[in-house]
Design a binder for this molecule. Sequence first.
Ligand code: G
Ligand code: G
Ligand code: MN
Ligand code: NA
Length: 248
Amino acid sequence: DQLTQQLRQALARAELRLHLQPQFDIEGRLRGAEVLLRWQHPHQGLLAPADFVPVAERSGLIRPIGAWLMEQSIALLAGPLRGSGLRLSVNVSVQQLHDDTLVEQLDALLSRHCIAPGHLVVEVVESLLLAPGMEARLAKLRALGVEIALDDFGTGYSSLRYLQELSVDEIKLDKAFIDPLHQAEDAPLARSIIAMVRTLGLRLVVEGVESAHQVDFLRRQGVDLLQGYHLARPEPPEAFLARLDARA
Ligand code: G
Ligand code: G
Ligand code: MN
Ligand code: NA
């Protein structure tokens, strides 16, 4: 269809953008960002992933697009972010891990640019872990010094078993678990999950933080990183990089 055709040309026409949503520790220090894809569509304005990532996945275009995004992200780590200690977290679709192409691309990029381990995080959703061969491929990524984050945690199936059996470095608690704090003082389910993840020694990132009340709650629970509109919206790389100069 038309959108697929336009998306096919979007890479060559340099219409894709990456936005960065800052992640902060509990003391409010900037620690990194999640990389979020945007498409500056010639007629429809700036499109969010929901508008075109499904099309990209169905058409296979997610692979060249994902490869481009990874290159851009590593260029940021190797360039303006070098020495900052900040990390970037990049979303990856199941199609991108279908074979070892991504592993090979990252192996080449990381060694060419001398990126220290732990600065690049790959975010995968729980359902991806069900696909054959995924465990081995994620293990190869980890061997390269890439960390693995389980995204949208708690919204898929079998999450608890994965925590025990798979080697992931980080859990991203889905926004849905802290939404109750908009109406209530407490969110017992969030509290329990946070305690469990901490017991397992995994890093915990909470997404969708929209209020000071949520920040207070999460500080008491001892989460590692916070991400959400209350702290910062996704922003163009220039805006994110301006934060480096503003840091104390
Ligand atoms: O930016 P936004 O809040 O609209 O992101 C919505 C969703 O789109 C995110 O949950 C994320 O999983 C997905 N997404 C964003 N960027 C990328 C990307 O580069 N690749 C893939 N596969 N998904 C992405
Ligand atoms: O990868 P993932 O699907 O988790 O992507 C996060 C998505 O959530 C992005 O599209 C981002 O724009 C969005 N987002 C980030 N912070 C907030 C927030 O505080 N509230 C809401 N409603 N959405 C958020
Ligand atoms: Mn994500
Ligand atoms: Na998420």
